[in-house]
Design a protein around this ligand. Structure first.
Ligand code: ADP
Ligand code: MG
Length: 242
């Protein structure tokens, strides 16, 4: 049984059917990279996985439990599945430490002191403990995105979804964010990430899935997808992007 199983998932916005039968799986400790042209549904798929969007067909299972459709405990799902977006989405009126401790206190019921201690440990892991009391607008984009990752990690999710988390960053800030993802991969965090960073995908991915025309058009180990893709569409996409 895969850790995350996506079976024949269909997602429509009105008449637009964005996902037309997506099948994909992520095993525990795997890093799966989702690639594909802009508008192909990468963000939509990630949002469906943690219950931010309902699906119209198919099924999503996490550790064998159905997490899509009626009767799902969405709050529990969102504790188990962390998501980080392209735009950093920190709460602007809260300091860094308040951003990171919010969910552990509100959702997990940690005491303030306990949440703070954990948050400081996480912040020191990414070298930002000195910024604990700053507000997001005083941080660089790279620092904000690193805090956003730590905020998602603070509830100890089983799975992390990362949606093009370096796309909004100045080029010189990309590596500090990718380094954190690399560390998480090294620690065995299970991750599904939508990315345009093909070099990075090649380095960290256990598996690469090419989403095209509403389905996973081709998938395989990075050496195969980047080195010797089977399908013409995959080749054409990679030619344009690399
Ligand atoms: P990607 O992340 O691969 O660039 P998206 O998942 O953002 O693609 O979008 C896939 C398609 O779904 C696009 O055509 C987009 O316009 C459409 N879409 C995404 N979100 C919505 C929404 N909330 N309402 C209507 N259409 C949407
Ligand atoms: Mg997107």
């Amino acid at each position: 049984m895969a850790f995350l199983e996506i079976k024949d998932v269909h997602k429509r916005f009105g008449y637009l059917e964005v996902l037309r039968g997506v099948d994909m799986s992520v095993n525990e400790h795997q890093v799966v990279c989702l690639i594909g042209p802009s508008g192909c549904g990468k963000s939509t798929l990630l949002r469906c996985i943690n219950g931010l969007e309902p699906i119209q067909g198919g099924e999503i299972k996490l550790e064998g439990d159905r997490v899509s459709g009626p009767g799902v405990d969405v709050n529990r799902l969102r504790r188990e599945v962390g998501i980080v977006f392209q735009s950093f989405n920190l709460f602007p009126h809260m300091s860094v430490i308040e951003n990171v401790t919010l969910s552990p206190t509100k959702v997990l019921g940690f005491s303030k002191a306990e949440a703070r201690e954990k948050a400081m440990a996480l912040l020191s892991r990414i070298g930002l403990e000195a910024k604990a009391n700053e507000y997001p607008d005083r941080l660089s984009g790279g620092q904000q995105q690193r805090v956003a990752i730590v905020r998602a990690l603070a509830v100890e999710p089983k799975l992390m979804l990362l949606d093009e988390i370096t796309s909004a960053l100045d080029p010189e800030l990309v590596s500090e964010v990718l380094n954190i993802v690399r560390d998480l991969a090294g620690q065995g965090m299970t991750m599904l990430l939508a990315t345009h960073e093909m070099g990075f995908a090649r380095e960290v991915a256990s598996k690469v899935c090419f989403l095209y025309d509403g389905v996973v058009h081709e998938e395989g180990p990075p050496e195969k997808i980047f080195g010797n893709p089977e399908h013409e569409r995959t080749r054409a996409f990679l030619k344009r992007i690399i």
